[in-house]
Write a protein that binds this ligand. Structure first.
Ligand code: A2P
Length: 318
């Protein structure tokens, strides 16, 4: 491991402790992601976030195997998360989905398995199936009420295939609807979060319910204008670090949250990990806190034809 690098702090979940800073792998193409995972493990990352739909889990798996070996680590020294895709929400498809992911990742179990979206597509070969009008073909019943799919995910915990289960892209209204119906409470909700989308309502709701919140796209995802934000640039200059490092330090310091910056660039993977050690001043944090404007970089609501985040009227049903 890179000398002098501190480890990420941990958060205790229902089963085990999750490193607060992890590596994202969305849009990490298969040709690069194996090396990225290995670089990350060498740099000190102990948390890798994957998903079936990213189409790169087999290469992530190769990176895990080689990275563990080269760094003298064991499977239990790291935290691996993956996610159930929207076409696999029918209860009879859930176990097969996680088994495929486990095989690709070359893991005997997952530390965390998330329902990727509160949206079920019609099951089949197509990753995003279309109806005869060219619109995304939704399974309306399973999209209105996630409890049937959730019950199938609970069974994965009973079987020891996954240690924790959680959700992703859930708004307060959908959590409110799901929670009374669960046997095992979601340990985590993974959502987009950064200074332009600070999610204060979701943060206080999840804190109250004991659900940990994880930030994806903490840099605003690719082609983001967040990295050009003048307030951010001036804080970065003061600390003599790049703007991404300030975003990661800000996210790392927020209570009850964790953060998953994605990169396939070795120098960035390393500097993103070191960013957790930057001590932002109270004034820096205040300035970043003031940037919130509820701006999403990731919103497939239009493409999928439903109000995923309950922002147009607050309804959790279709
Ligand atoms: P790359 O993977 O080519 O290094 P997010 O985590 O918000 O989804 O953002 C990911 C995007 O940010 C990717 O395009 C990634 O590019 C880029 N990125 C990652 N780390 C940095 C960094 N330290 N500085 C600038 N851009 C970065």
């Amino acid at each position: 491991m890179t000398k002098g690098v501190s480890m990420s702090k941990l958060v205790k979940l229902s089963s085990g402790q999750m490193p607060v800073l992890g590596l994202g792998t969305w849009r990490s193409d298969p040709g690069n992601v194996k090396a990225a995972v290995k670089t990350a493990l060498s740099a000190g990352y102990r948390h890798i976030d994957a998903a079936w739909i990213y189409g790169n889990e087999a290469e992530v798996g190769e990176g895990l195997v080689e990275g563990l070996k080269e760094n003298g680590l064991k499977r239990e020294d790291i935290w691996v998360t993956s996610k159930l895709w929207n076409t696999k929400h029918r209860p009879e498809h859930v176990e097969g989905a996680v088994r495929e992911t486990l095989k690709d990742l070359q893991c005997g179990y997952l530390d965390l398995y998330l329902m990727h979206w509160p949206v079920a597509f019609v099951a089949g070969e197509a990753k995003t199936p279309k109806d005869k009008d060219g619109k995304v073909a939704l399974d309306r019943q399973l999209s209105s009420d996630q409890s049937t799919t959730w019950a199938a995910m609970e069974k994965l915990v009973d079987q020891g295939l996954v240690r924790n289960i959680g959700v992703s892209n859930f708004c307060v209204e959908r959590l409110e609807k799901l929670l009374p119906q669960v046997r095992i409470k979601p340990a985590v909700n993974q959502v987009e979060m950064h200074p332009y989308l600070q999610q204060p309502k979701l943060m206080s709701y999840c804190a109250e319910k004991g659900i940990h919140l994880t930030a994806y796209s903490p840099l605003g995802s690719q082609d983001s204008h967040l990295l050009q934000e003048p307030v951010l640039l001036s804080i970065a200059e003061r600390h003599n670090v790049d703007p991404a490092a300030v975003l990661i330090a800000w996210a790392y310091g927020r209570p009850n949250t964790s953060v998953l910056p994605k990169s396939v660039t070795p120098a960035r993977i390393e500097s993103n990990f070191r960013a957790k050690d930057i001590a932002l001043s109270e004034e820096d944090k205040k300035q970043l806190d003031r940037l919130d404007k509820h701006h999403r970089f990731v919103n497939p609501s239009g493409a999928w034809g439903l109000d995923i985040y309950c922002e147009q009227g607050g309804q959790a049903s279709l």
